[in-house]
Design a protein around this ligand. Structure first.
Ligand SMILES: [Mn+2]
Length: 273
């Protein structure tokens, strides 16, 4: 297998959706190129298609690939929600990848229609809770403010956070967000999620030593192994996930692409449980 079987597939379990969009990024552009890089890294002969729990992801009946969408700034929310909704409607779990973090708001909207009572686990250096960042309410700095204001999640737990400021601390309190700052990251291992779980994985939750190919370098983050430990310890029904903020233009060695593909594989492995 060197590419994913196209959607629809009989007996597939996970719908794939690439989101090639970075126009709500406040700093560097480039995450629109991430879907292509994650696809190439997934199938790269540098590694193989087995997960660490020895699941073979090249087997039939796992993936159905809806391809990549390349929405305009204006159409991104509607187009992204619609593309993800088609996969949920087909009874699939959804793995979305690529894009800046603003894509998570419509992705969660699609998820919650089919899985009410949703909890979210959010990996990030940043809380992304700005009420209005640089006059763009759809900024990649704001998706979790929009999600919580819209009542889309019964619980939002953030891990890896190391940039919280006064405004976002107020927002977290107002919106009932459980922020595990980087100093307390291991507390996430004690949390049980008793409702369907959506995972949003911003690649900059990782230390830039492990994942330099992101738009915002924030030292002092999780190691790849620590992030995998959190993912692998989850005993929840994971119904959807995204891997966002991979910026191939900042990743000349393709290292971060391989890290993103690894996270993708291990997330899929948990979704198949
Ligand atoms: Mn971030």
């Amino acid at each position: 297998m060197n590419k994913f079987p196209p959607f629809p597939q009989k007996s597939a379990r996970i719908g794939l959706l690439g989101v090639a969009f970075d126009e709500n990024s406040s700093y560097k552009r480039g995450s629109a190129q991430a879907p292509q890089m994650i696809r190439a890294s997934f199938f790269c002969d540098s590694s193989n298609l087995w997960t660490e729990d020895e699941t073979f992801l090249g087997a039939d009946g796992i993936f159905a690939d809806a391809g990549d969408i390349t929405p305009s700034r204006q159409n991104m929310p509607v187009e992204t929600e619609h593309a993800a909704a088609l996969l949920y409607e087909a009874g699939l779990k959804v793995m979305a990848f690529g894009g800046d973090h603003s894509v998570t708001f419509p992705l969660v909207k699609a998820a919650v229609k089919h899985h009410p009572n949703l909890s979210i686990l959010h990996f990030d250096a940043h809380p992304d809770l700005y009420d209005n960042f640089e006059d763009n309410p759809n900024s990649h700095a704001s998706p979790f403010a929009r999600i919580m204001e819209s009542g889309l999640a019964k619980r939002l737990v953030q891990v890896g956070i190391r940039t919280i400021n006064g405004h976002q601390r107020q927002q977290a309190e107002r919106l009932g967000v459980e922020v595990l700052t980087m100093q307390r990251w291991q507390d996430v291992l004690d949390i049980q999620f008793d409702s369907p779980l959506y995972i949003s994985f911003d690649m900059d939750c990782l230390d830039p030593a492990f994942a330099p190919g992101v738009s915002h370098w924030e030292p002092g983050g999780l190691s790849t192994r620590e992030a995998l430990r959190v993912i692998q310890s989850l005993r929840a029904n994971i119904i959807g996930a995204d891997v966002v903020e991979l910026n191939p233009t900042q990743d000349p060695s393709n290292l971060t692409g391989m890290v993103a593909a690894k996270i993708f594989k291990e997330l899929v492995s948990r979704m198949l449980k």
